[in-house]
Design a protein around this ligand. Structure first.
Ligand SMILES: [Zn+2]
Length: 177
């Protein structure tokens, strides 16, 4: 059975001109017309759930993806100047980590090259991530995503075991077994 759309509420061709942001180019207008024509009540409920979750978001929420250390740092940020103590190897490591494309894999290779050719032992990938997170106060947050990239399992989707769009299981069933 077809899901009801907003247009079902109006027998005539809907006129959205009063709610259209202005100005729009023709591509944007076509995209917005498409959104208005196909949006479902369920989509609006989902959007509202995300809006409410964001309005009430707190660092103390379960499932923020932040480590206890990161939350502690956000509550009580460092007040002193950060220093690398003129540690040239550490400066090199941070520069490599931040500047290399696809940095994880490249960083490991660069570290191996430095040990082999100049004997400089740089921090491991795990260590440099931790150091950069401590220096910057920014740490990675990992959230599961549908294998078909439909949605991220966050907010109202955080507790789901299957994708609400395509039904794909959240976790690889073979790996899980
Ligand atoms: Zn999906």
């Amino acid at each position: 059975m077809r899901q009801p759309t907003i247009e079902d509420a109006d027998e005539n061709e809907p006129d959205h001109s009063d709610v259209m942001p202005w100005p729009l180019d023709s591509d944007e207008e076509a995209l917005l017309e498409d959104v208005y024509a196909s949006v479902k009540q369920e989509d609006l409920r989902t959007s509202l759930s995300f809006i409410l979750a964001l309005q009430n978001a707190s660092l103390d929420d379960v499932g923020t993806g932040l480590s206890p250390d990161a939350i502690e740092r956000l509550h009580d940020p460092p007040q002193q100047w950060l220093s690398l103590n003129n540690d040239r190897a550490l400066c090199l490591a941070i520069r490599l980590y931040l500047e290399l494309n696809h940095s994880d894999e490249d960083y490991v290779k660069a570290c191996a090259a430095h040990i082999e050719y100049d004997g400089v032992e740089l921090p491991s990938l795990h260590q440099i991530k931790k150091i950069v997170a401590e220096l910057s106060g920014v740490e990675e947050m990992m959230h599961d995503m549908c294998m078909n990239t439909c949605v991220g399992f966050t907010g109202p989707f955080a507790g789901l075991q299957h994708c609400p769009e395509c039904g794909e299981a959240r976790y690889d069933q073979e790996t899980l077994a």
